[in-house]
Design a protein around this ligand. Structure first.
Ligand SMILES: [Zn+2]
Ligand SMILES: [Zn+2]
Length: 264
């Protein structure tokens, strides 16, 4: 049985799991080893099955637990040379973390333990930020968490995906009326910030294709969004194309701290 688990999603920490009886991986380690272990166990997954870690970027909510996870599991950590360099200077990771660093060439395709993996750069204000296309033994996932806009070439990967995990970070009105200082608001809204619910819905309208089985909305802001606003925005976009949820495809807002589980 193959599973996708959203282990944690949002500024409190991001971590996603894909695994079957042959191998398992996580994308990002924004939570510590103990939390990862207990949440996976709660979903019936043994943490020791995780054989590789992919990192999207060097913001704390994606790498806060990387050192502990890499040390306890002693598994390879995959990301670009630029991000490895940044991680070695990151206060949460540092130069001595015990996992082995494996370098991914930006934009290149590799097959690792049977998983076809392509990374692609997305605009965001980290040292570098990656989206991932992961073909997990025939089921294809696109991860796009933390990005200010969806770059043109990313649509190519979405067009082949069975499942897209895409950020739906903020509601524009909530953000603009909320308590954040103006410079932070404009950082979030900017091209190197985050996707709003409207941005996400517009992207979904563009990349939907008949083979798409599910859209998972990730990285919802606690302060500037609600699951019902994020859901409604993409739900309307799908409805405007004559699509029904869940009849035609699955649409889920990934919870911040609970596990969401999909069998595929
Ligand atoms: Zn983030
Ligand atoms: Zn970020």
């Amino acid at each position: 049985m193959a599973r996708f688990l959203s282990v944690s999603s949002g500024s409190n920490g991001n971590c996603y799991y894909i695994g079957n009886e042959r191998t398992a991986l996580i994308v990002d380690a924004g939570i510590g080893f103990r939390t990862l272990k207990s949440r996976l166990a709660g979903a019936g997954v043994d943490v020791s099955s995780v054989e590789m870690v992919f990192v999207t970027h060097d913001h704390a909510d994606h790498v806060r637990g990387l050192a502990s996870v890499a040390q306890k599991l002693s598994v390879p950590v995959f990301t670009t040379a630029r991000l490895h360099d940044a991680l070695s200077r990151n206060r949460y990771v540092g130069p001595d973390f015990a996992g082995s660093r494996r370098v991914l060439r930006p934009g290149f395709e590799t097959v690792i333990r049977g998983v076809r993996c392509v990374n692609f750069e997305v605009p965001h204000d980290a040292s570098q930020t990656l989206g991932y296309f992961l073909d997990f033994f025939g089921t294809r996932f696109v991860f796009m968490t933390d990005l200010g806009r969806v770059p043109e070439y990313a649509y190519r990967y979405c067009a082949e995906a069975d499942y897209v995990i895409i950020e739906s970070n903020y509601d524009v009105d909530m953000l603009m009326r909320g308590p954040y200082p103006p410079d932070l608001k404009y950082r979030i809204i900017g091209d190197n910030g985050h996707l709003s619910n409207d941005d996400c819905a517009a992207a979904v309208r563009r990349f939907w294709h008949p083979g798409l089985k599910g859209i998972f909305l990730c990285h919802l802001s606690k302060d500037n969004n609600t699951p019902s606003l994020a859901f409604a925005s993409t739900f309307r976009a799908l409805g405007s194309m004559g699509l029904s949820v869940p009849g035609d495809l699955q649409l889920v807002c990934l919870p911040r701290s609970e596990v969401f589980s999909l069998e595929f």
